[in-house]
Structures are given as C-alpha cells and as structure tokens.
Design a protein around this ligand. Structure first.
Ligand code: HBI
Length: 101
C-alpha cells in the first residue's frame, strides 16, 4: 500500500531532488528536460517508459522535439508518494546519461 508523502518526510524527500518544482494547482511535481535532439529525448523517454512499467508507476509527459515536460503524482493517494521521488531520481540519472543541451 502506497502512502501519501506529508510533513517532514515530504520536505526531506523533495530536498533530495534537483530542478523539480511543485505545481500550484494540484499535488504533483514537474520538471522540463531538454536534450540535443529528438533522438536523445526519445531515448530518454524509452528508458523512462521501461522503468515506469517495471514500477507500475507512470509519468504524465509532453514532448516537443528535444523537450520533455514531465509531471509526477500518485493517483492512488491523490498526491505525492515515495514512488514519485523514486521515478524522479531515476529520470534525473537517465537524463544525465543522455546528450543534453
Ligand atoms: N501511475 N503516476 C501513477 N500514479 C498511480 O497511482 C498509478 C500509476 N500507474 C499505475 C497505477 N497507479 C496502478 O496501481 C493502478 O492504480 C492502475
């Protein structure tokens, strides 16, 4: 059973992330990744998709050419959970291994 992140645990978890921000209108985090090419962006999305499927935890995202806007939240708790933090950290690592601007 996944739990909603609140209080100190939530603050500590968010502090481990770089470049992510909380949305104003709902309990979710977002980050825009920019790569050199569409090929690089799609490679990142492919690695993200395989991880998301393994986790059974899926991003909301929007891609235009080399840019990927990602939003993470846990629908099952209507907010943030440790799963969002785990996926965000994976995405940051995957982006680092991908050619960026
Ligand atoms: N993806 N982001 C996100 N949040 C969820 O709560 C979620 C998911 N993917 C699958 C999933 N939940 C399943 O556990 C079912 O709720 C479909």
């Amino acid at each position: 059973m996944v739990e909603k992140l609140t209080g100190d645990a939530r603050g500590a978890a968010l502090a481990t992330l770089q470049g992510w921000r909380e949305l104003d209108d709902r309990d979710a985090i977002t980050k825009t990744f920019t790569f050199k090419t569409f090929n690089a962006a799609f490679g990142f999305m492919t690695r993200a998709a395989l991880k998301a499927d393994r986790m059974d935890h899926h991003p909301e995202w929007f891609n235009v050419y080399n840019r990927v806007e990602v939003t993470l939240s846990t629908h099952d708790v209507d907010g943030l959970s440790a799963r969002d933090i785990e996926l965000a950290m994976f995405l940051d690592r995957a982006a680092k291994q991908t050619a960026s601007d």
